[in-house]
Ligand binder design. Structure first.
Ligand SMILES: O=C(O)C(=O)C[C@]1(C(=O)O)C=C[C@@H](O)C=C1
Length: 361
């Protein structure tokens, strides 16, 4: 075969490819329509009996040179791709998705516009243990020009014998400190019954990793007037995380901050594995601000700074980190909280990296 003949053959193949392409897309449109109607009627999209009949039909009509099994394999992939088209459409249509709302959601927390492009830090002790302990941290935040204080009052602990938090008294301490130091406070709520009470004391309600799929809590948070910081579950996929946020938004509350906090993997060098690419994925797929909790994702003080830099580099809207005046005597998370000096160092390094504070406004 000479070069010209070869070129002609290539041209024919190109033409056939375009025909196949058009046919596949034409087919996909019909499948989408079919799946849409199946869903409206409450029927499952996947129909194995019908697929078996269709594959038999392909084999019966095959005149070669392809073997029937080869063609059946190709057609099975086509059916599968059609089903995935239906699934993707479903996900893209979520209220938290960019498809529904292209522009970034900005969550207003007093004077802070979370998600406005400035990278902020939420810091504070793991647990509120006393007024004095939390006030010491608040004072340091204030000195640095930081405005967002975290502190746990209701503590979901792995062991029922570990410190469970001060509960309502803890929230009262946070409120007092917020007023005295003009800070916004963030605290975790674990029961739907406490959401309304919490509104009087905190500026942002946190839903923790262990409760990411506590659907009753998510629905109640959706009815709250307060912004919600939703942490990713320890073994949750990004899709499950987005669906958890969807529970909140579909119940009426659009003020959601997503927080990646590491996922459980086989790796034991860190407490959890920081899924750093979750940040740009969530930024692309949703319109919500995304934070990274560097304390829980690493569980190691020596890794807080590199993890924070990585989070800022991939476009996180902010960070969360734990700091305690005397971590050695802390009632929770002794190994991972920074002391005040370490915190000073952490903040000054990150300020050079672009961290926003009132002092560099
Ligand atoms: O024929 C149907 O019932 C369809 O929904 C279409 C279709 C297909 O791609 O052909 C899609 C999914 C089903 O599992 C079987 C067939």
């Amino acid at each position: 075969m000479n070069v010209v003949e070869m070129d002609n053959l290539k041209k024919k193949l190109d033409e056939i490819d375009i025909k196949l392409l058009d046919t596949l897309n034409e087919r996909a449109k019909l499948v989408k329509e079919m799946i849409h109607h199946k869903k409206l009627q409450g029927l499952p999209a996947f129909d194995p009996v019908r697929e078996r009949e269709m594959l038999n039909h392909i084999a019966k009509n095959n005149q070669g040179p392809f073997a029937a099994e080869t063609l059946q394999h190709i057609f099975k992939e086509i059916y599968k791709a059609g089903l995935e088209l239906g699934e993707n459409d479903n996900r893209k249509a979520l209220l938290v998705s960019r498809r529904k709302k292209a522009e970034d959601t900005i969550v207003q927390v007093n004077k802070d516009s979370i998600g406005d492009g400035k990278q902020r830090l939420i810091a504070g002790p793991c647990s509120v243990e006393s007024y004095e302990q939390t006030a010491k941290v608040a004072e340091r935040l204030k000195e640095h020009g930081l405005t967002l204080l975290r502190g746990g009052a209701f503590k979901p602990r792995t062991s029922p014998y570990d410190f469970q938090g001060l509960g309502l008294d803890g929230l009262k301490i946070l409120k007092r400190i917020a007023d005295e130091y003009q800070l916004s406070v963030i605290s975790e709520i674990v029961s739907p019954n406490d959401i309304e009470t919490a509104e009087a004391y905190v500026d942002v309600i946190q839903i923790g990793a262990r409760n990411m799929q506590n659907f009753e809590l998510l629905k109640e948070a959706g009815q709250s007037r307060k912004p919600i910081l939703l942490k990713r579950g320890l073994a949750a996929t990004i899709e499950e995380f987005m669906n958890a946020a969807e529970y909140i938004i579909s119940s009426g509350n659009e003020n959601i901050i997503l927080c990646e906090r590491g996922i459980r993997t086989y790796e034991r060098a860190t407490r959890n594995t920081l899924d750093i690419t979750a940040v740009p994925i969530l930024k692309q797929e949703t319109h919500l601000p995304v934070f990274v909790d560097v304390t829980h994702s690493t569980g190691r003080r020596d890794l807080l700074q590199p993890a924070a830099k990585a989070a800022m580099a991939v476009g996180a809207d902010g960070l969360m980190a734990e700091v305690h005046p005397d971590p050695a005597v802390a009632l929770s998370d002794q190994a991972q909280q920074m002391d005040l000096e370490q915190f000073d160092h952490f903040v000054s390094i990150l300020k050079n990296f672009g961290l926003h504070t009132n002092k560099n406004e």
